[in-house]
Design a binder for this molecule. Structure first.
Ligand code: NAD
Length: 270
């Protein structure tokens, strides 16, 4: 199958080029960048630091969607919403790793999913998807005298906060407790905040250096604390997950919006 990469000169885009080239069962169909990008016209292999592949970075996303079986998108929210329209028009499978989407942008993905297979996950690594399930399970076992806090750290270039993964972990904890995250989420402590609200799920964001992604869910009560932690040491784990998702889109699932739990087969476990 042919995989195309939109945003192919980004941090994830370059890693995705390399991963597609290294993965059996797929070929690289091409890559696009935003108008004005210095990468336009460069060889995709050179971008990824591997030998030239004879395909230049293009600015024509519609042509890429038309030429590929699946597209992998790690760009930004506005670009992802535009790509969802192209997926709908061309009925091309779409794998979305972009985080920070608003409601209208999520709706654009849902519309595409009526016509084609869309996989969306704030985190494509096996480990974080396992952590999501564990967080839900632990939250369902421990009562609300255990205070839940989600702490994350990422590199200095990340533009959204808290990370999409931190929010997904908050959702998993809220689901385990049988509450809605919007009603208990505490995202902005600053100044005289008063005591912690019982049942709140708090978020703390750290940014700095080249940290690929670290997340901890803390369950703290009087006298003890349980901490679930995942640390990504390389973007390769996200890229491998995304390519696995792209291959999965061709394995017969009907049009719809899927998560990495579906791709990894976790949705079949209790
Ligand atoms: P980045 O800024 O390095 O890369 C984004 C690339 O997209 C840039 O090269 C940019 O020029 C390009 N782009 C923007 N608009 C475009 C358009 N219309 N057409 C084509 N290309 C376009 O960012 P990054 O660190 O690679 O992260 C990208 C996104 O992926 C972020 O939202 C990040 O949070 C998310 N992310 C998700 C996971 C996951 O596992 N789901 C992992 C890492 C990063």
């Amino acid at each position: 199958m042919k995989i195309g990469i939109v945003g192919c000169a980004g941090r994830m885009g370059r890693m995705l080029i390399q991963t597609v080239l290294e993965t059996q069962g797929c070929t690289l169909g091409g890559g696009t960048e935003r108008p004005g990008s210095d990468a336009l016209g460069q060889d995709l292999g050179a971008l990824a630091g591997v030998p030239a592949v004879g395909i230049a970075v293009s600015g024509d996303s519609l042509a890429l969607f038309g030429a590929c079986d699946a597209i992998i998108d790690f760009t930004g929210p506005a670009a992802t919403a535009a790509h969802a329209v192209l997926a709908l028009e061309t009925a091309t499978a779409l794998v979305v790793g972009t985080t920070g989407l608003d409601e209208a942008q999520r709706q654009a993905l849902a519309r595409a999913a009526r016509k084609t297979v869309v996989v969306q996950a704030a985190n494509m690594s096996v480990g974080v998807n396992l952590l999501l399930g564990l967080t839900r399970q632990v939250a369902s076992i421990l009562g609300d005298d255990y205070d839940i806090e989600v702490v994350e750290m990422h590199h200095r270039h990340k533009v959204d906060a808290p990370s999409g993964t931190a929010l997904a972990l908050g959702e998993a904890a809220a689901a385990g407790r049988g509450v809605r995250l919007e009603e208990v989420s505490q995202r902005g402590r600053d100044g005289h905040t008063g005591p912690r609200g019982k049942g709140d799920i708090g978020f703390a964001t750290l940014r700095g250096g080249d940290v690929v992604g670290e997340h901890t869910v803390i369950f703290a009560t009087d006298g003890e604390r349980v901490e679930l932690t995942h640390k990504a040491a390389s973007r390769a784990v996200f890229a491998k997950g995304a390519v696995r998702a792209a291959l999965w889109t061709q394995q017969g699932a009907p049009p719809g919006l899927y998560s990495m739990r579906d791709v990894l087969g976790f949705s079949k476990s209790p």
